[in-house]
Ligand binder design. Structure first.
Ligand SMILES: NC(=O)c1ccc[n+]([C@@H]2O[C@H](COP(=O)([O-])OP(=O)(O)OC[C@H]3O[C@@H](n4cnc5c(N)ncnc54)[C@H](O)[C@@H]3O)[C@@H](O)[C@H]2O)c1
Length: 448
């Protein structure tokens, strides 16, 4: 019986007892300390699970081993949010690392990391632009936190850091693009720029891409159109983590939707949202704190709503809305709408056929969609009405006087202002020490 099939039948405790002290395939793997856990063990777990030599040479996962048992037992996706270099653990960061950094310095560091794994500067810059924007806007899950995932993908050659997209076919207002397995932001920037060009000529540009990779925050691409006075929309499919209403297992990704529209005096409407209730990371945080999770966040492995965070980690995320009673089927429908625009229109992977989260055994071949619309092709006064609508809502009497009514995009706008006022982006110290270690492994200058 192979290691894979043995592990597939065992749970956490038996699994730990089963693990050998050395890995037969990977010479770089360190010995497990007795009863120990952490990245080396997890590397081994992933390694045994896949039976692929290439799988763990540079990467492992950051979470505790018991979390991995559901993965092994149920052949489900990996719940972990970040791949790590095992070599990182041999470096000890200085105790006095600052936690606040100028966005330009974060950008410099990100570009250097991508250059270190062979990504050309223009592609590295595209990636750093969107990651820094995510952190500046307060979406820390999609900024510096994700850098290592891109570094790993390029280093393991599962994503081609040098690739540039090509147009497969086009009309005056549409295009189908092959991302050629390039970095998601490189594909995304190419596609939205193409859509903007077409919208300026014809009123609308609708571009679908396949052969893409993770592209960061969807709003980045939509907002690019708004900088040109246009409405922008962007969508991407992602690895299956969300269960369709009434299903036991995940079949859809967290598939974000974004719409950005210009208003007066530089104001804009920016809706940028995943189509699930919460990110998996939020459930993991509650599990670590041993807190219950609100009903409607996750299903257990039998497809039942659960308030137990550990059970939720073993199951699937729920679509926006949660249970059927709370209209979760609408979030499910929105997730599938994203698939219509992305994987299905582009001919890339879609829904359950997309590779599991953080698996790098094959190209992602994500589908993405980018739309630009020139409002001047419709009724005059678009920006006036946009401002009026948003300002009306913002001016409404709040139910709680301490919580004013906001328009979509306002929370991120406040965060951008905060970063400006404070003169930098403030990170959690764990993020900083981790980035410092990654700098040592890659031989680049850590953030200063
Ligand atoms: N690339 C990917 O695979 C992927 C997948 C999922 C999510 N994402 C990204 O993750 C980021 C976070 O997504 P999320 O769903 O957690 O975002 P979120 O829940 O923080 O915000 C969603 C939207 O709601 C708006 N909003 C928040 N509070 C509001 C309020 N009180 N009043 C009015 N509007 C309000 C925000 O401005 C935003 O437009 C997004 O940028 C998204 O594109 C990317």
């Amino acid at each position: 019986m192979s290691g894979c099939s043995v592990l597939a039948r065992w749970g956490g405790a038996q699994l730990l007892a089963f693990l050998p002290q050395t890995c037969q395939w990977c010479p770089r793997l360190r010995l497990l300390p007795p009863g120990g856990h952490g990245p080396p063990l997890l590397t081994l777990l992933r390694h045994l699970y896949c039976g692929r030599r290439s799988y763990c040479i540079t990467g492992s996962v950051q979470c505790d081993p018991l979390l991995l048992s559901p993965l092994l037992v149920q052949d489900r996706y990996c719940y972990c949010t970040m791949a790590t270099f095992t070599d990182k653990d041999k470096y000890t960061p200085p105790a006095d690392l600052p936690t606040k950094y100028a966005p330009d310095e974060v950008h410099r560091y990100m570009v250097d990391c991508m250059l270190a794994v062979g990504t050309p500067r223009p592609q590295a810059t595209d990636l750093a632009d969107v990651l820094v924007a995510a952190d500046t806007r307060g979406h820390y899950s999609h900024g510096l936190n994700r850098l290592e995932m891109y570094v790993n993908d390029v280093k393991q050659k599962v994503c081609d850091g040098s690739a540039f997209p090509t147009i497969i076919k086009e009309s005056v207002s549409t295009a189908l693009v092959n991302g050629n397995n390039g970095l998601g932001p490189v594909v995304g920037n190419f596609c939205i720029n193409l859509a903007i060009k077409k919208a300026k000529e014809t009123g609308i540009g609708w571009v679908c891409a396949r052969g893409s990779n993770h592209y960061g925050i969807a709003g980045w691409y939509a907002m690019k159109a708004t900088k040109e006075g246009l409405m922008g929309m962007s969508f991407t499919n992602t690895s299956p983590l969300v269960a369709p209403t009434r299903a036991k297992k995940a079949a859809l990704g967290t598939n974000p939707i974004s719409l950005s529209a210009p208003a007066k005096n530089g104001d804009s409407f920016v809706l940028d949202m995943a189509t699930c209730v919460v990110a998996v990371g939020k459930i993991e945080v509650e599990r670590r704190k041993e807190n219950p999770i609100p009903e409607g966040w996750a299903l257990d492995k039998n497809g039942q709503p659960t308030t137990n965070a550990t059970e939720g980690m073993e199951g699937a995320l729920m679509p926006l809305g949660g249970t059927e009673l709370y209209s979760g089927y609408k979030g499910y429908g929105l997730g599938m709408l994203v698939e219509v625009f992305c994987g299905i229109m582009s001919g890339g992977q879609y829904g359950p056929h997309i590779r599991r989260w953080m698996q790098t055994d094959r190209e992602a071949d994500l589908g993405q969609c980018f739309v630009a619309i020139d409002p001047s092709f419709f009724a005059p006064g678009f920006e006036d009405r946009m401002s009026d609508m948003m300002d009306y809502c913002r001016g409404m009497e709040p139910a709680d006087p301490d919580k004013p009514v906001l328009a979509p995009g306002d929370p991120e706008r406040f965060h951008v202002e905060k970063v400006k006022l404070e003169g930098g982006i403030t990170y959690h110290i764990n993020q900083i020490t981790d980035s410092w270690k990654l700098a040592q492994v890659l031989g680049v200058q850590p953030m200063k």
